[in-house]
Write a protein that binds this ligand. Structure first.
Ligand SMILES: [Zn+2]
Length: 267
């Protein structure tokens, strides 16, 4: 079944995973900048990471006929040291004109600290200055509800922000309405253990109109499944969702959001 993977950390996946995704019907992969599983020792380490995201991964994906796009930022987990974060952010303009960059992400909060919030707001301003879309990470477990509220409150201080070009990711049952009601897009991240399982995601889809929702697998270095999005399509089919409804959530919705980014294209 045709689908778009709008949030995948392919730098931590094998080439076999690209092949599996291509075989499963993946038509585009979007990769937000993110934590490597360990803190980088210098801001310059991010220069190589951005090269990997903008140059190497698109080539690796192209071998399987999949266009690969990316989002740039310093992730919230490494934003607590604001001086370090600002040095990294100063590198971003060197890469922003790369032909596969979609916008700024995944920014946001991790432990909901003051420094994280400051760096988050500076990223939002960077996106506004360059007229770019934004992808936002929300915290895990006990920090999620508070962090999602803080995120939405912080965004309200940017009256020029086009909310239709902002996606707030990793929503769950208790945060999805906060995000949608404020006029943003919402992403559900399908994880085997934490975040949203396949059946919980389908439960949410069955109780929401869903025209500003997308699904992603995140598939990072932790326990995660690069085929989770298409498996969710299968779960929908088992529950007798119509093919058009499945196509809408797996393909049309991410395409509609991403088409607002000038560099996005489908081969
Ligand atoms: Zn992520």
């Amino acid at each position: 079944m045709d689908y778009i993977e709008p949030h995948a950390h392919m730098v931590s996946r094998s080439t076999d995973d690209y092949e599996k995704m291509a075989l499963a019907g993946c038509r585009a992969i979007c990769e937000p900048a993110f934590w490597a599983g360990f803190d980088r020792s210098s801001p310059e380490g991010f220069r190589d990471y951005y090269r990997q995201l903008t140059d190497y991964e698109p080539k690796r994906a192209a071998k399987f006929g999949i266009p690969h796009f990316c989002w740039l930022c310093i992730n919230p987990k490494e934003a607590e040291d604001a001086g370090f974060a600002r040095e990294v952010m100063a590198l971003i303009p060197d890469f922003i004109d790369s032909p596969t960059v979609l916008g700024i992400g995944e920014i946001g909060l991790n432990k909901n600290t003051r420094n994280e919030l400051a760096i988050f707001e500076e990223h939002v301003q960077l996106a506004l200055d360059h007229d770019l879309a934004i992808l936002i990470h929300t915290p895990h477990l006990e920090d999620k509800l508070k962090g999602t509220r803080l995120t939405i409150d912080a965004l309200a201080n940017f009256p020029k922000l086009d909310r239709n070009r902002v996606i707030i990711d990793h929503v769950e049952e208790h945060t999805v309405d906060l995000v949608l009601d404020a006029g943003y897009w919402a992403g559900m991240t399908l994880y085997p253990e934490s975040k949203c399982t396949l059946s919980r995601a389908v439960d949410i889809l069955e109780t929401h109109e869903g025209d500003r929702l997308w699904l992603n697998s995140a598939c990072d270095w932790g326990v995660s499944d690069p085929l989770a999005v298409v498996k969710c399509g299968l779960e929908m089919r088992k529950r007798k969702h119509a093919d058009e409804a499945i196509h809408r959530i797996l393909f049309d919705n991410p395409k509609r959001f991403l088409s607002q980014c000038p560099n996005f294209r489908l081969d």
